[in-house]
Each structure stands twice: as structure tokens, then as C-alpha cells.
Write a new protein. Sequence first.
Length: 342
Amino acid sequence: MKTLLPTSTAGSLPKPLWLAQPETLWSPWKLQNEELIAGKQDALRLSLDDQLRAGIDIVSDGEQTRQHFVTTFIEHLNGVDFEKREVVKIRNRYDASVPTVVGAVERQKPVFVDDARYLRQLTKQPIKWALPGPMTMIDTLYDAHYKSREKLAWEFAKILNQEAKELEAAGVDIIQFDEPAFNVFFDEVNDWGIAALERAVEGLKCETAVHICYGYGIKANTDWKKTLGSEWRQYEEAFPKLQQSTIDIISLECHNSRVPMDLLELIRGKKVMVGAIDVATSAIETAEEVADTLRKALQFVEADKLYPSTNCGMAPLSRQVAAGKLNALSAGTDIIRRELLA
Ligand SMILES: [Zn+2]
């Protein structure tokens, strides 16, 4: 990519009012059948338009066709019973009623490939596609079949690899795996989590990314953050192995967080999507605030490897706020581009 400091978002953007209940996670659709299919495509176009107008360089579908970044992918697989639900603790943080793995998991047909083709034909900009990571997928399910987190993660990694290869063939430039669970289950991350992620990217020629964050700005996450103390050193656990991994880009939460920026030293050499927009507040950053975070990151990330981004997805925010934040991301990045070129 030739653009200096190419901007992108972590993934999700708010949906239009007519498509889904705003400012809600797992928001129910307001349309049905054919109308829903057409509505999702229209929303994808609007979301792309919002990104292009804001000057975002690496664009995405804004996850407009998904109800949730993990569940929608799993809904398309065999072996998971969505009627049979159990309450589990997600990322050791909050209780949720989740579907049950009742048999071998498999993907019968592509999940997002048609959507990716649709996005590809709408723009010449580089496109990034987000998929859930294997460890985050297993953490959102009750497993009554494999009875092994590692085994189930491995099966999901193989399925994700099939999907990723077809996304690549559809013209996706960067495939990103969302692994917020990497910030929680440190022993498993190092024992098999990163290996499962590498299985998911096996044989891909496009760029690959992993997104690790402190979650959407929902109450369960903001309450959890309050328990983490004055320095958030969670990234320290996975970084050494990630630095050695085959993943090209690491997407991180860096703005308004208590992550010490010098932890980025541990992944020196990797490309880093630096979160410079806080998704847990509706306050819109100033360009200077964004620039300040990027400047700090530049002490540890070479300029040609720094990709300004958002801390996490913006699905739960209002569209107006999300649009303001996209503009702030571009404006803040422009300040640093000028500084670097001066
Ligand atoms: Zn995130």
C-alpha cells in the first residue's frame, strides 16, 4: 500500500434506523425476507459511502449484513443448535445465553463471500474483511460435543481458512480475525490460540490481521476495564508469540486506554493498526487528540507500518457520532502525514 498512514476502522459501523434498532448489540432486524436482503445491501453501500466521504483509505462493509460479529458467522455452520441454549460467561466477564455445539461443526457454503464480492465491485479502494477468530468463537458457545476448547477452536480455524480463501479470491485485500479473547485467556493464547489463528490464515496470499481490544463500549466491558488498574498490560502476554507469528498486521486499542504504548516495542517489525478513536464514548475526538495518540505510537512503530484505526467496532454508537469519529480519524492522520513529510 503506497498511502502513508492508511486509515481504516476496526470493523463494524452503525446500521441505518430502518434496518435495525440503533445503538444496540445483537439488534433485531426491522425487515424480513427479500426486503431484508435488499436492505442489507443498501446499508452496505451507505456504510461504504460514509467511509469514502470521511477519506478512509482501507474500507469495509461496516458489518452491515451481520447481527453480531461472532454469532452471524456461526449461524451459517452445521453442528450448532441455536434453539438449545445455555448460559455461559463470555470472556470471564458477563453472562449470556449462547447456542450449543451438538455435533461436528462444518461450513456447507460460503458465509460472507457474496457480500465481499458486492463490496469489491463498488470500490477500487483496498478492502478489509473481518471474521471472528477461533478462540473468540468458542468463547461464545456451549460445547456439548468436542468437550475441548482447543479441539473446537481447531475445527473453527479450518472452517475460517476455507472462508478466508474464498474472500481472498473475491478480491479482499486484508482479512482480519477478531480475537478479543486474546486479552483474557493468556495461557490458552500461548498454548494453542495463536497456532489456531495461524491455521486460519494458512496458505493465504492477501494480508492478514488480528484485532485484539477491550471490547465494545457496553457496560459489561466498561465495568471490567475499571477492575484492570492503572496500567493495562494484557497485550504483553500474547505479543511475543504474535511477533513471531505469520500474521501481518496487529490491530490494537490505544486511544484513551491505559495500555502503556511502550508495549508496542514487543511487536516491532509487524504492521500495527493503532486504535486512535475511543468507541466507548460518544464524545468525538479532536484531530489533535488523534494525532497525539499516533505520535506516541510512532515511537515504537515505523511510519510505513502504522495504520491509524479505531479502538474497536462502532456498531453500538449513533451514526452521527460514528461519522464524526471517522472524520476525526482522517483529520488527525493528516496532521501526522504533514509532520512526517515536512
Ligand atoms: Zn474490538
